[in-house]
Ligand binder design. Structure first.
Ligand code: ADP
Ligand code: MG
Length: 353
C-alpha cells in the first residue's frame, strides 16, 4: 500500500534538515576548502596556508593572517545565515566579498568537527573555539597565536555515512580537484601568498603549492605553470561593452595544452573562480580552427558590473548567472574568431574600434 496512506505529515528533525542542506553547500573537499580560503580572502589575508592530513580525508586546516574574529562574534560565528558581510537584500547586488550567506561554517559544523583559533589586533591572546554539529560553541580556551584565523575541519562528511564512504573511496580525485581549485586562486589572487601542504602516512609534510603572491596574472601563471608554459600563451584583452571586459591569456595557435580537455582552463568573474562550461566550449571550438590537435590553455577573467551577475544561483556559488549572457557569448565568439583566424593581427579586440 502507498506509504503515505493514513500517516501524518510531520516536520523533519532540525538536525537532519541542517545536515541535508549543509551537504548541498559543501559538495566535496574542494568546495569545503574553497569556502575557508574565501573567508580568509574576505578577511584581508595576505598569507593563506592550507594544511591537509591524508589528502584532506583526515583533516584540513586553513591558516590566515587576516583580520581575525572579535570575541563578540564567537557565539554566532557558526550559526546558519549569520554573516558580517551582508546587511540587507539590496547589498546582494553590489557584492564585493566572496561570502555573503553565512552558510559555510555552519555547514562545515554539520558535516564534520570544526574548531577555530582566532585573534584580532585588539586582543593580546587568541581564543580556541570548539563547535558542535549544530554550530554551538562547546568549549573555549585561550591560546597563543598571531593575528588571524585558523579553521580546522576533521572528518568531513562523517555525519553523512554514505557520502563519507564515497569521500574516502574517491579521496585522490577529491584531492586533485582541490589542487586545481587552489591553482585557480594562485592565478587570480594578487598580493596573497598561498601555501598548500599535505602530510600522508609516515612521510613528512610535503609542499603541494607555493606562491609568492606577486602582483600580476603573468607572474602568477609563471609561478603556477612555469616559464615554458607561459611562452606558449598570448595575452588577450577583449572589450565586450562599455562595462564588460575580458582579460587574460590564451594558447597561441600552434601551442595548445595537449589533449586533455580543460585541465588548464580557468575562468573567473570579477576575480571569483567560476565554472563556465559555455565559455570553455566556445574557446575550444574556435581554437580548433587554428589547431585541431590540441585544446587551448585559457586563463580568463570577466569584468562585469556586479549588478549584472548573480553568484547566488547554486549553493556552492560556482555557477554565475549573467543577465546579459547571450550578448556576452556572441561578442566573445566574434573576438575569438578574429584571434584564431589565420590572418589574425592581434589578441586585443575592441568591439568599439
Ligand atoms: P560568510 O562568509 O557567507 O559570511 P561563513 O559561514 O563563511 O559565512 O562565515 C561566517 C562569518 O565568520 C563571516 O561573515 C566572518 O565574519 C567570519 N569569518 C569566517 N572566517 C573568517 C576568517 N578566516 N577571518 C575572519 N572572519 C571570518
Ligand atoms: Mg564564507
Amino acid at each position: 500500500s502507498p506509504v503515505n496512506a493514513g500517516t501524518t505529515i510531520k516536520p523533519i528533525n532540525k538536525g537532519v534538515v541542517h545536515r541535508i542542506c549543509a551537504g548541498q553547500v559543501i559538495l566535496d573537499l574542494s568546495s569545503a576548502v574553497k569556502e575557508l580560503v574565501e573567508n580568509s580572502l574576505d578577511a584581508g589575508a595576505t598569507s593563506i596556508e592550507i594544511a591537509l592530513k591524508e589528502y584532506g580525508e583526515e583533516s584540513f586546516q586553513v591558516i590566515d593572517n587576516g583580520s581575525g574574529i572579535s570575541p563578540n562574534n564567537f557565539k554566532v560565528l557558526a550559526l546558519k545565515h549569520h554573516t558580517s558581510k551582508l546587511a540587507d537584500f539590496p547589498d546582494l547586488q553590489s557584492l564585493t566579498t566572496f561570502g555573503f550567506r553565512g552558510e559555510a561554517l555552519s555547514s562545515l559544523c554539520a558535516l564534520g568537527d570544526l574548531t577555530v583559533e582566532t585573534r584580532t589586533k585588539n586582543e593580546a591572546v587568541a581564543t580556541h573555539l570548539t563547535f558542535d554539529h549544530s554550530g554551538q560553541v562547546t568549549a573555549e580556551r585561550k591560546t597563543a597565536r598571531q593575528i588571524g584565523t585558523t579553521v580546522t575541519v576533521k572528518k568531513l562528511f562523517s555525519s553523512l555515512p554514505v557520502r563519507s564512504k564515497e569521500f574516502r573511496r574517491n579521496i585522490r580525485k577529491e584531492y586533485g580537484k582541490l589542487i586545481s581549485l587552489l591553482n585557480a586562486y594562485a592565478l587570480i589572487a594578487k598580493g596573497v601568498r598561498l601555501l598548500c601542504t599535505n602530510s600522508a602516512g609516515r612521510s613528512s609534510k610535503s609542499i603541494v603549492l607555493k606562491t609568492q603572491g606577486s602582483g600580476s596574472l603573468k607572474d602568477n601563471i609563471i609561478t603556477v605553470f612555469g616559464m615554458s608554459t607561459f611562452t606558449c600563451l598570448e595575452p588577450v584583452s577583449i572589450c565586450i561593452s562599455e562595462t564588460c571586459k575580458v582579460d587574460g591569456f590564451l594558447s597561441k595557435s600552434g601551442y595548445g595544452s595537449g589533449r586533455n580537455l580543460g585541465d588548464r582552463q580557468f575562468f573567473f568573474v570579477n576575480g571569483r573562480p567560476a565554472d563556465m562550461p559555455k565559455v570553455s566550449k566556445l574557446v575550444n571550438e574556435l581554437y580548433k580552427g587554428a589547431n585541431s590537435k590540441q585544446y587551448p590553455i585559457a586563463i580568463v577573467d570577466f569584468t562585469v558590473p556586479t549588478r549584472s551577475c548573480d553568484v547566488n544561483v547554486a549553493p556552492d556559488k560556482r555557477k554565475i548567472f549573467f543577465s546579459d549572457e547571450g550578448s556576452i557569448l556572441l561578442s566573445l565568439r566574434e573576438a575569438l574568431e578574429k584571434i584564431y583566424s589565420p590572418s589574425h593581427a592581434s589578441y586585443t579586440v575592441n568591439k568599439f574600434r
